[in-house]
Design a protein around this ligand. Structure first.
Ligand code: IPM
Ligand code: MN
Length: 360
């Protein structure tokens, strides 16, 4: 196989962690017997300040000619907040219709979690966040802005089809990756997360489609429902309750950050923006960390984890498994997952994983 990967390192520490991700990807390709070709794109803060351009339509068209996109981080101290996030990250998600945000919450043995008395056995689930709708569609507006009569409206919007495609993906994912599928539990369980006690219109739709698709197409999958507020509590108090959860966009944004800190923080958390029928984009979720930029001190494991997810998505399961083991090995050699406290440089962490992968 030959893969074409679009690479968008972005701002801050993005380029440093992406470099380590690519190092590991090259090692995995050599070992697993496929080839990769990278197309670099310099979208991000510097380019925006130079040209006013965020992510032009021609680049979206070029991304479509690739097998995947690898994104570092977006955000620049000289650019107003929101411009790059919306102009690059959200634009790519929407234009490529990456309607699933896949966020594994898995504590790697040896990584510290802030949750007392919980370990890798308990913190081991996956959040499937709807990535194309809800409040992120931007429907609404402001009337009489700037006055004391101002009215602001931002609607949570979903269509049947949006809900159905997300839930169908979530059920299928649970069948493939749930606890039963992995041999670590009796059931494959999908939990719908919502707020049906208040957002009655919205969850009338989600609950109906959840039950319909579950009954008709996935009767083997055990179904649960939790309110999003209670979910936050359970994610901390009893994370072992969860196998796979599916959640709308805005609530998903919030619970995935909570999940990230329970799995050891932004140094290790990775995510995939998935279009199962199109081009997907993988990213460390850590952000630009400007205070660590250029210091060779940022943790690249999240970016390397994003590459692992990319390999899984492309069906390169051997490469993905090697990278997963390589990450686990690197963890045993690092002092901490926190930037500046790893006991080694960013590049040395990448070398550890790549070296492990290269040994097969
Ligand atoms: C995330 C981020 C983005 C989001 C921001 C940067 C637009 O927080 O990927 O979770 O809200 O989706
Ligand atoms: Mn977020």
């Amino acid at each position: 196989m030959h893969y074409k990967i679009a690479v968008m390192p972005g701002d801050g520490t993005g380029p440093e962690v992406v470099a380590e991700g690519l190092k590991v990807l090259k090692a995995a390709a050599a070992e697993a017997g496929f080839t990769v070709e990278f197309t670099p794109y310099d979208f991000g803060g510097e380019r925006y300040l130079r040209t006013g351009e965020t992510l032009p339509d021609w680049a979206i068209e070029e991304f479509k000619e690739h097998d995947a996109v690898f994104l570092g981080a977006m955000g620049h101290p000289g650019v107003a907040p929101g411009i790059l996030e919306q102009g690059v990250l959200l634009k790519a998600r929407f234009a490529l219709d990456q309607y699933i945000n896949l966020r594994p919450v898995r504590l790697i043995p040896g990584v510290e979690t802030p949750i007392k008395n919980k370990g890798p056995k308990e913190i081991d689930y996956c959040v499937i966040r709807e990535n194309s709708g809800g409040m992120y569609t931007g429907m609404g507006g402001n009337s009489r802005p700037g006055t004391t009569d101002e009215v602001a409206i931002q609607e949570m919007v979903y269509t049947y089809d949006q809900v159905a495609r997300c839930l169908r993906y979530a059920f299928a994912y649970t069948r493939r990756h749930g606890r039963k599928a992995r041999g670590v539990g009796p059931d494959n369980t999908l939990a719908l997360i919502g707020k049906s006690n208040v957002l009655t219109h919205m969850y009338r739709l989600w609950n109906r489609v959840f039950a319909e698709i579950g009954d008709q197409e996935f009767p083997d999958i055990k179904r649960e429902y939790y309110h999003v507020d209670a979910t936050c509590l359970y994610m901390v108090a009893s994370p072992e309750m969860f196998d796979v959860m599916v959640v709308e966009n805005m609530f998903g944004d919030i619970v995935t950050d909570l999940g990230a800190i329970t799995q050891g923080g932004l140094g290790v958390a990775a995510g995939g923006n998935i279009n199962p029928e199109g081009v997907s984009m993988f990213e460390p979720i850590g952000g630009t960390a400007p205070q660590w930029t250029g210091k060779n001190a940022i943790n690249p494991l999240a970016a390397i984890g994003a590459v692992q997810m990319m390999m899984e998505h492309l069906g390169e399961t051997h490469a993905a498994a090697l990278i997963e083991k390589g990450i686990a090995y690197a963890v045993t050699r690092m002092k901490s997952m926190a930037a500046g406290e790893m006991g080694m440089g960013t590049d040395a962490v990448g070398d550890l994983v790549a070296g492990f992968v290269a040994k097969g």
